[in-house]
Every structure is written in C-alpha cells, then in structure tokens.
Design a protein around this ligand. Structure first.
Ligand code: SOE
Length: 396
C-alpha cells in the first residue's frame, strides 16, 4: 500500500469465481464509473481451485493474474483488499490470514459457519482495525435503495414505536428433489441451509431497517428432501445431477419467531421450497405511526402507510424508489428508471472503498455479521429442542 500506483488504485484480490465472484467483480469494475472514489478499484488477481475456470473468468473480466491457492493472494505485496466469495468453510481461515497480513477484507455472508469462527473473525478484525485495516461482511441487500429508504423512514420516526417485524425470504431453486447435492446443501461447507444462506439476510435486514436486535427466538426447521443426486461437477445454483446420491445435511426451510431488544415481536421464514417464488424477500414493519412493506420481486417499490393520517385518507401507497432523493439513486439513471439486484453490490463496493479511504465506517461490520451468526445458532438450538413443542391434543 505504499508505492505510487497504489495511491490511486485499490488493488483487489478476488477469491472465488462463481455467482458471487462474478457479481463482486462486476461491482468493483462499475463502482468508479458511477461513484467518486479516492482510489480506483482494480482486480489484480483472481484465485480459484479450478485453474481452467478461474482462467476463463479472468479473461472475461480482464484480470491479469490467476492463482489456484488463495494464500498467494493473501501473501501478495500488490494486493490491498481480499474479497472472499467462496463457500463458508473457507471464510474464517482466509479472513483471519488476510487481516493478519494487513489486507482489508470484504467477506461474503453469512460471515462464518459457526459462532466460534465468527468470534475469531471479529477478534482478528478488531486487532487489524488498530492498524487501520478495514473489514466488512456482504449483506448486500442493505444497498438496495428501497431497503435503505425503509431504514431512513424508521430513523426519521415515520413508523413510531416498532411493534412487528415480519420477514420472509422465499426461493424455489431446490424444490425439485432431483436437484443435485450442491455445496449449499452440505453442512460442513455451508454451515446451515436456507437458514444461513437466505434467513441470514432477513436477520441482518431486520436489524438494519429497524435498529432493533433479536434478544430471544423460537424456531422450527425442516429438511424435506434427505437424499439427493451428487452433482456432476462442483457447481452452484445451476448444477446438473451426476451418478450416485448423498445425504442433505442442512435445513431446507426455517421458521422462527423472536422478541427484539426494542420490544417488537418478529417472525421470519426462509425456504427454497416456495414453488413459484424466485427471490421474494418480503418484509413488513408495523409501528405506532405507520408501516412499510417491501417485496424484492418489485425491488424499486416500497409501500408506506402513514397511520397519522385521518383513517379515511390513510392506506398503503406505493413509493417508486427511483428519485434522486432516494438512497444511491442519483448516481445512476435519470429519475424513474430503476435499479436491479446487481446495483446493491456496487453500493457495497463503494461503501467499502470509501471506508478504506477514510470515509464512514464500513458497514455491515464483522460485528454485525457475528450478531447474525449468534441468532442463527440460537435458531438451530431452539429447533433441535423438541421438548419445547406442544402437541396438539387429539380430537375428542
Ligand atoms: C442463493 O440462495 C442466493 O444466491 C444467496 O446465496 C444470495 O445471498 C442471495 O442474494 C440470492 O440467493
């Protein structure tokens, strides 16, 4: 971080080249084209276990160097930021090694596979912060304008005292029992299933929007399909089935309720078996002065009900979150044109680049990621305890 080039360039070492690797790469490359940044992000190297696929990725994104061992990037003198886009079992070892080597770290969500790993990562991040090293976890939906605007309404007091948080993340990409046993369905790689992959987003989002944190939870989880065909090759969401089968070791769906430190009652549902729902992140927050409702399948809209209006005039109205006054929007297209899934990752990259340059603190922090991890662990502990369930009495 000392030579002349690094004064104008933020040199990224990207670890992972699948879905998240691609969207992070595109985000780093878009960020300086739409936002003013002190240093221009440049992906100087990509690392992935399969050198051929990593090489193809590097060609596609114009990245000059390919490695097949992430340690090369952590050790490299010409890398300022390590961006971790690989399965959860590698988050802690890579992040801790990178922070100890003085690299800034952006880590995909969920932060870790266990609360113990998350705690070790937070400790490494705190020690590194004393040396000016920054860290951030990728709860990317914080950068979706409508979600950021919902938070602003809560901060401005437009919802009053929060009473309810109702959040659902619904997908259907593994509803077919023949969908293969990809890494996200293996506990040792992913930590948990729908809970950690998409439920984690809900837990972070609820805290981000309302400023309240869960103090206690009660949960149910289920694995509907217990055996699946093995994948033909190690693949992500688009994998094809090969020969043989294996056990699914994570939840397919998770349902939980909770009470927040601010006295609200909350409910959460995360599933990949909601046939017909693709990436439906739906949340509603009800307060004493108003409510907001959001569905990611219409991501440029936020529904707001002002409960202080006369009942005859009140009611949910649709806000098109596409105006220059809405978070992030003024950096993009003329009013009204809307943003997509990928823009939130650009906003995430911008936030991290600015934090590194001395701007506002990087958020969400590893501490925020650790909070989510502790909630996930509490949900799993609750779900594992059947004694808590009250049987419905038999008829007559
Ligand atoms: C797959 O379930 C997935 O890609 C998640 O891992 C992401 O975090 C979410 O943004 C979309 O769905």
């Amino acid at each position: 971080m000392t030579d002349a080039k690094s004064a104008q360039t933020l040199r990224i070492g990207l670890i992972g080249y699948s879905f998240m690797g691609s969207i992070h790469a595109a985000a780093w490359q878009s960020a300086p084209k739409f936002f003013d940044l002190a240093a221009r992000p440049e992906i100087v190297a990509v690392s992935g276990r399969d050198g051929t696929r990593a090489g193809e990725f590097a060609t596609r994104f114009g990245i000059g160097r390919v490695e097949t061992d992430w340690r090369r990037l952590v050790e490299a003198d010409d890398v300022d930021v390590i961006d971790i886009c690989v399965p959860g079992d590698l988050h802690a070892p890579i992040a801790i090694a990178a922070l100890e080597a003085g690299k800034h770290v952006l880590c995909e969500k969920p932060l870790a596979n266990t609360p113990e790993e998350a705690a070790a990562m937070v400790a490494a991040a705190r020690a590194a912060a004393d040396r000016g090293v920054k860290s951030m976890v990728g709860y990317s939906y914080r950068g979706t304008p409508a979600i950021a605007y919902a938070r602003r309404l809560v901060e401005d007091g437009r919802l009053g005292q929060i009473r309810h948080i109702r959040a659902r993340y619904l997908q259907d990409w593994i509803a077919d029992p023949d969908f293969p046993l990809v890494w996200r369905l293996q506990r040792e790689r992913a930590g948990s299933g729908a809970l950690g992959d998409i439920g984690a987003h809900l837990v972070d989002m609820a805290a981000f929007v309302t400023g309240q944190h869960l103090a206690e939870v009660s949960a149910l989880t289920e694995t509907f399909v217990k055996q699946r065909p093995l994948p033909e090759a190690s693949g992500g969401l688009a994998a094809t089935a090969g020969a043989g089968s294996g056990e699914v070791t994570v939840d397919d769906a998770a349902l939980f309720t909770g009470r927040t430190d601010g006295g609200a009652l909350a409910s959460f549902e995360a599933t990949r078996f909601a046939a017909g729902r693709k990436n439906a992140i739906q949340f509603e927050v009800n307060g004493s002065a108003g409510s907001v409702y959001f569905d990611f399948e219409n991501l440029n809209e936020l529904w707001f009900h002002d409960h202080t209006l006369p009942a005859a005039e009140a009611g949910f109205r649709r806000i098109h979150v596409t105006e220059p006054d809405h978070p992030y929007v003024d950096a993009w297209w003329p009013p009204g044109h809307g943003l997509g899934y990928d823009h939130a990752f650009v906003h995430q990259a911008v936030g991290f680049a600015r934090a590194i340059a001395g701007g506002p603190a990087a958020a969400p922090s590893f501490g925020d990621g650790d909070y989510v991890q502790r909630v996930l662990a509490a949900v799993e502990a609750s779900a594992a305890d059947d004694s808590r369930l009250t049987p419905v009495p038999a008829a007559g």
